[in-house]
Design a protein around this ligand. Sequence first.
Ligand code: ITT
Length: 191
Amino acid sequence: MYQITLATSNKHKVDEINLIAKDYDVEFVLPVGEFDPVEDSDNFIGNAYCKAKCASLNASTDYVLADDSGLCVQALKGAPGIYSARYAKSADERIKKLLFNMKDKKDRNAEFVCAMVVVNKKGEILFKTEQTCEGSIMYEPKGKGGFGYDPIFFVKSENKGMAELTDLEKSKISHRAKALNCVLNWLKENK
Ligand code: ITT
């Protein structure tokens, strides 16, 4: 079993990523020491790189992985997008704000986006990918699983709300699962 630093302070991401990778010989661990990246890019890959580079400064592992993700809503011209974590103060308030901004919208199409970047200890990019999970915004929250915007996201492929899926079901179909599977395939060839 080898370890890869996961450049995040979001515990949900660590749990989801380790569940997606459960059949692989790898464990994703939180950064050691101070981790306070400035995410100043205007796109997901750029912000994932900011986090990966920051964590690489103190990394004890050969590779560092970062995940930058968010919800892009068509009728809101892609918002909240890269600002998903900063849309309002708490997860509940973010959901309330999004439902309020969607109250007159007929077009409910949306997608979760997950960008992942792998860097080495020098902060050089070794691999990057961006994947999506397609769906729509529901009229009210449903389900208790997942985190963030999951309670109001209807997953097209499953015909169910994201928060109505079990952790294991989400780990097979999510934007994060798709991105991590690309990373795991790359690792298989390059580790
Ligand atoms: P780190 O930057 O430390 O990784 P973060 O939560 O701030 O943690 P992001 O900047 O990538 O991470 O913001 C992602 C936000 O998008 C997250 O806080 C949620 O609000 C939302 N999000 C991302 N993936 C999600 C998922 O699988 N389900 C629900 N909401 C998600």
